[in-house]
Design a protein around this ligand. Sequence first.
Ligand SMILES: Cc1cc2nc3c(=O)[nH]c(=O)nc-3n(C[C@H](O)[C@H](O)[C@H](O)COP(=O)(O)O)c2cc1C
Length: 205
Amino acid sequence: MPSTVRKKKEKRLEQKAEKHRKVSWKPATMVYPVPAVMVSCRDKSGKDNIITVAWTGIICSDPAMVYISVRPERYSYHMIEESGEFVINLTTEALVKKTDFCGVRSGRDIDKWEACGLTRGRAFKVEAPVIEESPVNIECAVENIIKLGSHDMFIAKVLAVDVEERFIDERGRLALDKCKLTAYSHGEYFALGKLLGTFGYSVKK
Ligand SMILES: Cc1cc2nc3c(=O)[nH]c(=O)nc-3n(C[C@H](O)[C@H](O)[C@H](O)COP(=O)(O)O)c2cc1C
């Protein structure tokens, strides 16, 4: 390779390295964005509550399994632990302020259902109530609790998914884009933006 071409190439690589220069932060949970969901739960005496949880996600497709990570000091913790159940309620733009509220106030002090004007609904499979105003309620049964440190991870099987009928399209699929779901990133709530692609579109002809 002639030296002028090589020098140009080296310069381009240097510029690229400069553009993407990184600094190293201390270890932190930087896997953003995530959903901030409202988890509804009920203890054995019938008292129920809502807790906002962002440390949540899918861990297995078949069987359908999810997790939530909850600090033991949360009021909701004992409800989920003793009942072995909870419901993940997906949050929408209309619910985002209530989601925040349920994440900064404790059920020890107030009834969050009443304070937020949220409605308890009957779940199909679990005793814990669903939040009627949420378009998708994921009914879960705890299979395992893993102590990790600040948070305990509740690994759970999905027993039922309750979907608001008006969000089911003509092909019988859930039109999640119509629900106006929100995301949480580094302390901020976001509306979801434009569609960038669909599963496998990168290799489709
Ligand atoms: C956006 C957001 C996400 C949160 N994620 C979690 C979480 O993943 N796990 C957790 O234990 N607490 C989380 N919290 C904090 C609890 O929701 C909060 O402490 C709440 O008041 C607990 O309610 P409770 O005492 O009624 O159970 C989050 C709060 C907010 C606002």
